[in-house]
Design a binder for this molecule. Structure first.
Ligand code: C5P
Length: 226
């Protein structure tokens, strides 16, 4: 397995049951460095889900998309840090003070290197035309508040490439030719996303809902071989 490719890949474990998530995660650990635990799995299984994925060797991407008063976000981020996650998402729309509080809280609790990824704009939030400026502004805010990176859609990467290149760009909406688009509104192939400056590709249903997830993961890796 190509380690450089594996390093760039996160699997979105969007299931509501820890047994199913564990089964998937165990079979895919050779293909993905990062396991993304979103609201669905976290609501079903909580901190135990994080511990299980760490035990399987994953870096955990805790996609809780926090958005609350700064004090609450800081406290929650500290607790999530104590659980050993590597990435935590917070809504950039929550503003400077909240993002900074979250980044500081995570750093305070972290038991391993960990960083906040600021969610720039949800694909459901805005019309595409309005999105670019908003993404750019929120990237600046993410950097200034001590976030490690941002979550953004592939089509916004190129126009924002020059903005704070040290920020990690985590990109969902990854599809190979022939994959179902599902409810994703702004998709790109893995090659397109990496070429546009993505650092971490977040892939869910094309792999997790495939008849054979390991075969789908292999296809994904093959698509990224030079
Ligand atoms: O579509 P897929 O299952 O690959 O989704 C991976 C991740 O993309 C999801 O966990 C979700 O966080 C994100 N997503 C998104 N925009 C959508 C749908 C899902 O960013 N419209």
């Amino acid at each position: 397995m190509d380690e450089e490719v594996r390093d760039r890949l996160a699997v979105a474990l969007d299931v509501d049951d820890l047994v199913a998530a564990t089964r998937l995660a165990r079979s895919l650990a050779g293909h993905f460095r990062v396991a993304k635990i979103g609201l669905e799995l976290y609501t079903a299984a909580g901190p135990e889900a994080i511990g299980v994925m760490i035990d399987l060797g994953y870096d955990v991407f805790c996609d809780l998309k926090l958005h609350d008063i700064p004090n609450t976000v800081a406290s929650a981020a500290r607790v999530v840090g104590e659980l050993g996650v590597s990435y935590l998402t917070i809504h950039a729309a929550g503003g400077t003070e909240m993002l900074r509080a979250g980044a500081e809280g995570l750093a305070e609790g972290a038991t391993r290197p960990a960083g906040v990824l600021a969610v720039t704009v949800l694909t459901s939030e805005a019309e595409v035309a309005a999105t670019r400026d908003m993404v750019a502004d929120r990237m600046e805010v993410a950097f200034e508040t001590g976030c490690a990176g941002v979550v953004c859609a592939a089509p916004d990467l190129t126009a924002t490439r020059h903005i704070r290149p040290e920020l990690i760009r985590a990109v969902p909406g990854i599809r190979l030719a022939g994959d179902s688009v599902d409810d994703q509104r702004r998709v790109a192939s893995p090659v397109q996303a990496l070429a546009a400056g993505a650092d971490l590709l977040v892939v869910g249903r094309p792999v997790t809902r495939a008849a054979d997830p390991v075969e789908a993961a292999e296809r994904l890796h093959r698509s990224l071989q030079p």
